[in-house]
Design a protein around this ligand. Structure first.
Ligand SMILES: Cc1ncc(COP(=O)(O)O)c(C=O)c1O
Length: 453
C-alpha cells in the first residue's frame, strides 16, 4: 500500500506548473512552484516541521510542551499540523491586519490565538514579536519557534525546496524568484541552488512599504510603511534573511499583487494567495527586461482560500482602490491637475487671527497644519467659528482646534481609495515623498467624478 504514515510525511514535493496566460508576452519560460498544495496550504509547513524536529533533537521541546510563535498565520498552520500529530499545545500571536480565515484556521487546530496591533514599533511591548517572547517566558514547557531567527527555517529550504527544484528542472533553472518574509525560503533555496550552479540568478520580491528593497539597494535601514498584502516584506531585518545569495530585488505594489492573484485563479486555475500574485507580478516585471528564453521558477507561498473575503471580494477591492470604477477611475495626481497649484497651510503654534486672515484672503475653508514640515492635522472654518462663539480669543494658539481625523494619500494612489475616507468623514491630504502637495475635499471629489461620467 502506498500510504504515508502521517500527514507530516506528505509535506513538500509540490508540483511545478508552467504559466501561460500571465507570462504569454515574455520570452522566458515561467514555471510556478505550487506550495499551496502542501497539507497546511503553504510553504511554511516545511520550516515548521524542521523547527519542531530540530527542537526535539536538541531537547528544547519536550513531550507535552507548548509551541509559541509570532506568526502571520501560515507558520502557525505548519506548527499546528506538527503539534497535532506529535501531541504538543500551541499559542500563536498574530498582527491584527491578518485575515479572519487565517485566525479561524489556527483555532480549528485547537491553538490559542492572541491578536496584537500592527501599527506599533517591533520593539513596542504590544507588538506581536514582543508578546510572543513574553508568553514563551511565562508558559511552563514553552518553546519559542522564533522563525525570524531560527536557522532551522532556511535549513528546511536548503534540505528540501532547493533539491526539489533542482530535480524538477533537471538543473535547467536560470532564475529563482521568491517573496521575502522571514527570508527562510529565499535564503535556504538560494544557498542550495548557488552551490549547484553559481550562475543561477536569485530575485527577491518586496512589497512597497517594506524595508528590504531600500536595504538591498543602500545597505541602510529605512522606516517601513503599511501595505495590505500579507506574508512578505518586513519592518525588521531577521537573521534568517541572507542577502548574500540575492542578486536582485523587485518591488511590487499591493495593486500589482492583488490583480495578478485574481488573474492567476481566473486565467490559469492556480488557486494561490496574495503573495503568490506578488511573486508572479515581480517575476513578470523581471522577465519583461530580459530578452532571452530563460527558465524562471517562481515560488507561490500559499492558497487563495485564506483571502476570499479580501482579494477575491470586489467590494473590498474597490474600497481599497484596486479595481477601476465605472466612472473611469484615474489617480490622485489626475485630480490634482484640476485644482489650483498653490497650497496654503499653517503651522502648529499659529494664532487664530492668522488663520482667519489666511482663510479670508484666499477664500479657503480648511488648512493643513504643519509641525516642522510634517502634516499633523487640519483646521477648518467650523473649528474657528466654534472657538469664537465659545468666547475663545483671536490671539490664542490654534493647537487645541486642530483636527487629527485625516487620511494621507499619495499622487499615484487610485482615486477610488479616497471614497472610503470621505465615508469615514476624514479629510484627504496628498503627500509626495515628504512634501504636502494637495488637500482634497468632498466637493473636489464630486466635481471630478461628475466630469468623468
Ligand atoms: C503568504 C506568505 N507569503 C510569503 C511568505 C514569505 O516566506 P519566508 O518567510 O520564507 O520569506 C510567507 C511567510 O510566512 C507567507 O506566509
Amino acid at each position: 500500500m502506498k500510504a504515508a504514515e502521517n500527514i507530516l510525511e506528505v509535506i513538500g514535493n509540490t508540483p511545478l506548473v508552467r504559466s501561460h496566460s500571465l507570462a504569454k508576452h515574455v520570452k522566458a519560460n515561467v514555471y510556478l512552484k505550487l506550495e499551496y498544495l502542501n497539507p497546511g496550504s503553504s510553504v511554511k509547513d516545511r520550516p515548521a516541521l524542521q523547527i519542531i524536529e530540530d527542537a526535539e533533537a536538541s531537547g528544547q521541546l519536550l513531550p507535552g510542551g507548548t509551541i509559541v510563535e509570532a506568526t502571520s498565520g501560515n507558520t502557525g498552520m505548519g506548527l499546528a499540523l506538527g503539534a497535532a500529530v506529535k501531541g504538543y499545545k500551541c499559542i500563536f500571536v498574530m498582527p491584527d491586519k491578518m485575515s479572519d480565515e487565517k485566525i479561524k484556521a489556527l483555532r480549528a487546530f485547537g491553538a490559542r490565538v492572541v491578536v496584537c496591533p500592527t501599527a506599533v514599533e517591533p520593539d513596542d511591548p504590544r507588538s506581536y514579536y514582543s508578546v510572543a517572547a513574553r508568553l514563551a517566558q511565562e508558559t511552563p514547557g514553552a518553546f519559542l519557534a522564533n522563525q525570524y531567527h531560527n536557522p532551522s527555517n532556511p535549513k528546511a529550504h536548503y534540505l528540501k525546496t532547493g533539491p526539489e527544484l533542482w530535480e524538477q528542472t533537471d538543473g535547467e533553472i536560470d532564475v529563482f524568484v521568491s517573496t521575502m518574509g522571514t527570508g527562510g525560503t529565499i535564503s535556504g533555496t538560494a544557498r542550495y541552488l548557488k552551490e549547484k550552479n553559481p550562475n543561477i540568478k536569485i530575485v527577491g520580491i518586496d512589497p512597497v512599504g517594506s524595508i528590504y528593497y531600500d536595504f538591498f539597494k543602500t545597505g541602510k535601514m529605512t522606516e517601513a510603511n503599511s501595505y495590505l498584502v500579507e506574508g512578505f516584506g518586513e519592518d525588521i531585518l531577521p537573521s534568517t534573511m541572507n542577502f548574500e545569495f540575492v542578486d536582485e530585488v523587485v518591488r511590487v505594489t499591493d495593486r500589482e499583487c492583488f490583480l495578478a492573484t485574481r488573474r492567476l485563479v481566473r486565467e490559469e486555475g492556480i488557486f494561490a494567495g496574495g503573495s503568490s500574485g506578488g511573486a508572479v507580478a515581480g517575476a513578470i516585471k523581471y522577465a519583461e527586461r530580459i530578452d532571452r528564453k530563460l527558465n524562471i521558477v517562481v515560488l507561490l507561498p500559499d492558497s487563495a482560500a485564506r483571502y476570499l473575503s479580501k482579494i477575491f471580494d470586489d467590494d473590498w477591492m474597490r474600497e481599497n482602490g484596486f479595481l477601476d470604477e465605472d466612472w473611469g477611475g484615474g489617480t490622485v495626481a489626475t485630480l490634482l491637475t484640476k485644482k489650483p497649484k498653490r497650497i496654503f497651510s499653517t503651522e502648529l503654534g499659529a494664532k487664530v487671527s492668522d488663520v482667519i486672515s489666511l482663510m479670508k484672503d484666499h477664500g479657503i475653508s480648511q488648512l493643513p497644519v504643519l509641525d516642522e514640515g510634517r502634516v499633523v492635522g487640519i483646521i477648518n472654518e467650523t473649528d474657528v467659528l466654534n472657538h469664537l462663539l465659545e468666547n475663545g480669543g483671536r490671539d490664542e494658539k490654534i493647537d487645541d482646534l486642530v483636527e487629527t481625523q485625516f487620511a494621507i494619500v499619495e499622487p499615484s494612489n487610485r482615486i477610488g481609495l479616497i471614497g472610503q475616507f470621505f465615508r469615514q468623514n476624514k479629510i484627504v491630504i496628498v503627500i509626495d515623498g515628504k512634501k504636502l502637495v494637495g488637500i482634497i475635499t468632498k466637493i473636489d471629489f464630486i466635481d471630478y467624478v461628475s466630469n468623468q461620467i
